[in-house]
Design a protein around this ligand. Structure first.
Ligand SMILES: *[C@@H]1O[C@H](CO)[C@@H](O)[C@H](O)[C@H]1NC(C)=O
Ligand SMILES: *[C@@H]1O[C@H](CO)[C@@H](O)[C@H](O)[C@H]1NC(C)=O
Ligand SMILES: *[C@@H]1O[C@H](CO)[C@@H](O)[C@H](O)[C@H]1NC(C)=O
Length: 461
């Protein structure tokens, strides 16, 4: 009896251990190939890989509560993920985005996309997983606006009244005539008076530059912030008022508020319905998650000034480094960017092939499942209480290793019957390697332009 009890207790302990120590090394599990060490695998209940179907309205309550947090006196912006999209649209858009980053985007809009007759290929920014949005305010008195954050573009814009072509958005459109501090002349010399910003899939915003006070809740104010007052905008941004440009170019918020924020910002991209954050300046550097970040140098390439380049020097799967040829490695070291707007991480095709092969042999106990759009390495994980996913580690310059979470490694659309490796191959070997937002989920990423580095760690708080 006593033996039985001990045995029962031990099993309970083991069960608790294996659930609670999620993310850490754990005792051997029968679903894992016996020859692999447990420290190189995550053993998790497969349900954690599934996205929440929808985020309820309670999100809005949470957002407002956080915005009004009285003891936070510098910019601390809650970051919310857009609703779970239709996979087809999401991945179509992701292809366009990668193409655009690689200079193959359609940078001029067509008549068709204005009158909407190409609507079959359209998607909505707001209805996709790839989007994270936050709420800030323009003008005096403040007009609250919710914007998509984007490290892949510089210009910040909002839809403006009176509008030639605008879509419906959550808050009333920004009305410059109601702001006593608005000026319709640009405040950055040499930037001109008009803008025409294009994104992937022919989405765009155009209008005039204006300058006004930008308030980053709850407290920080950027005076004379130049942004686009969009009077002609494609209907691709969900119900968001526009885009917050967090690139590193001259017109981005980071450049315009460089001295105020010490050229530092960070974000935590939330998983599903949780609330992440976007922090600037001291808020970013003194945040608890920032003390344990691992940094890699930010490169300063000639040419593009918008993207954040890092040096990706290798990838490991289940503790084994992938073999990468020296020419591909040289290209990877020069052409890798971290992007908040690309969903799926892109790799040179030979590196992707090596990753796929290593991942596939680590997953050999699970039956294969059909491809899912751009994802071609999929498994049926139905019917398991626990599944073992090999750890994928990204090795960056400066000896920085970033271990991806299970949900940063695989993509589960709607069902466990098809869970896919969340990476894709580039078309050309010298295309950009793009570290996408699936991989960055639950990760705090700190962009420090002053010290020339990017830090990675776990989100906290
Ligand atoms: C936009 O809002 C107006 C007024 O609420 C409504 O009549 C119209 O149908 C909406 N348009 C779209 C595309 O949802
Ligand atoms: C700016 O506003 C002034 C009037 O306040 C107007 O005359 C001028 O045309 C405006 N400029 C632009 C670029 O809209
Ligand atoms: C993975 O390996 C299995 C054999 O274990 C093979 O049948 C399958 O085609 C492989 N899948 C991919 C995507 O390489």
């Amino acid at each position: 009896m006593a033996q039985k009890f001990i045995c029962f207790t031990m099993i309970t302990c083991l069960l608790i251990l294996s659930c609670s120590s999620y993310g850490e090394a754990r005792p051997p599990h029968k679903a894992r190939p016996a020859h692999k060490g447990s420290m190189y695998y995550y053993t998790v209940p497969p349900q954690i890989l599934l996205p929440k179907p929808t985020c309820s309205d309670s999100m809005d309550g949470l957002q407002i509560e956080k915005l009004q947090k009285p003891n936070a006196n510098e910019a601390h912006l809650p970051l919310i993920r857009g609703n779970q999209p239709n996979g087809k649209q999401l991945f179509l858009r992701d292809i366009y985005r990668a193409d655009l980053i690689n200079g193959r985007g359609k940078k001029t809009r067509t008549i068709n996309s204005i009158d909407g007759s190409q609507s079959a290929s359209r998607y909505s920014h707001g209805e996709r997983n790839g989007n994270f949005h936050t709420t800030l305010a323009f003008g005096t008195p403040e007009q609250t606006q919710t914007l998509i954050i984007d490290t892949g573009s510089d210009i910040t814009w909002v839809q403006c009244q009176p509008c030639t072509s605008c879509y419906n958005q959550t808050e009333p459109r920004f009305d410059p005539s109601k702001s006593s501090t608005y000026s319709n002349t640009s405040c950055i010399s040499g930037s001109g008076n008009t803008y025409d910003q294009h994104y992937e899939d022919n989405s765009y915003s155009s209008g005039v530059f204006g300058c006004d006070k930008l308030t980053l809740p709850p407290y920080d104010v950027v005076q004379n912030f130049q942004f686009g007052c969009g009077t002609d905008n494609s209907d691709d941004f969900g119900e968001n008022a526009g885009v917050l440009g967090l690139g590193r170019g001259q017109l981005s918020l980071m450049s315009q508020a460089a001295s105020q924020f010490n050229q530092v910002f960070s974000y935590c991209l939330p998983k599903d319905c949780s609330v992440g954050y976007l922090l600037f300046g001291h808020q970013a550097t003194k945040h608890p998650a920032s003390s344990s970040l691992k940094y890699t140098p930010l490169l300063q390439p000639s040419g593009s000034t918008t993207y954040y380049y890092v040096e990706l020097v290798g990838i490991s799967v289940a503790g084994k480094k992938l073999k990468i040829s020296s020419s591909v490695l040289a290209s990877m070291q020069k052409h890798s960017i971290v992007d908040s707007g690309t969903v799926i991480t892109r790799l040179p095709s030979s590196v992707y092939a090596a990753l796929q092969s290593a991942f596939n042999s680590s997953m050999s106990i699970y039956p294969s499942a059909p491809n899912f759009e751009i994802l071609d390495t999929c498994y049926n994980l139905k019917g398991h209480n626990m599944v073992s996913i090999p750890k994928v580690v990204l090795h960056f310059g400066g000896g920085t290793d970033v271990s991806l979470q299970p949900h940063g490694t695989v993509w589960a659309g709607k069902s466990l019957s098809r869970v896919c490796l969340a990476f894709a191959a580039n078309h050309y070997e010298d295309d950009h390697v793009i570290i996408g937002n699936t991989q960055q989920q639950s990760m705090q990423v700190l962009y420090d332009l002053k010290e020339g580095r990017i830090g990675f760690g776990a989100c906290k708080g």
